[in-house]
Design a protein. Structure first.
Ligand code: GLN
Length: 195
């Protein structure tokens, strides 16, 4: 069986995520076909979904105007996995505490959009992530932080007393960019492991 992996291609590291999904799938002897998504009508045929970083204001606006937002809701209702990174995390959150971002409310967290961007624009650090045996090389770029985690969500990683990764049902969300390293373990954790 070949899995179809959709990468929302409004903005962000689309090809890097495609490579990471292919690497993760190969490690689980699974074939994967990557589809880039800019229009409505494709998400519902995807088994896996990826929402990259970029600018959350732009991404949320385009998802709504194209009608992709409701398809993402349906994908999650069907309990199919989603990896949301950086701006993707912000877009899926319950509340981004910023009226310019109309969040989808699928991930039961509130976020501070530019929590790390205010301190240092970008940095890389080894990060302990629940479910991984050794630290993950996490790249943060104008990164958000999760401020509060609701009842449905669980914390997967913290850095400097801030929550930087969480899971809510089929959604894994990271404040950092797992696609910017060779290490595909976050993609594996999201798409090829239970729980
Ligand atoms: N902080 C940015 C935002 O609000 C996200 C940055 C990123 O995705 N690298 O959209």
């Amino acid at each position: 069986m070949t899995l179809t992996a959709g990468v929302i291609a409004v903005q962000g590291d689309v090809s890097e995520h495609a490579t990471a999904i292919e690497t993760a799938a190969a490690r689980h002897d699974t074939a994967v076909e990557v589809v880039t998504i800019r229009d409505a009508g494709l998400v519902l045929d995807c088994d896996l979904l990826l929402i990259p970083g970029g600018e959350s204001t732009t991404i949320s606006t385009l998802l709504a105007s194209e009608g992709i937002d409701d398809e993402i809701r349906t994908h999650v209702e069907r309990d199919k996995p989603v990896l949301a990174t950086c701006a993707g995390l912000i877009v899926l959150a319950r509340d981004a505490q910023d009226g310019r971002v109309d969040t989808l409310g699928l991930l039961d967290v509130t976020v501070d959009r530019n929590a790390f961007g205010r301190q240092a624009d970008s940095f890389q650090t080894p990060l302990d992530v629940a479910g991984l045996d050794t630290p993950f090389p996490a790249v943060f770029i104008r990164a958000p932080a999760i401020e509060t985690v609701g009842e449905r969500a669980t914390v997967l990683a913290e850095w400097n007393d801030r929550i930087v990764a969480a899971r809510d049902g089929p959604i894994v969300a990271t404040a950092f960019h797992p696609e910017l390293t060779e290490d595909a373990r976050i993609h594996e954790l999201t798409f090829f492991h239970e729980g």
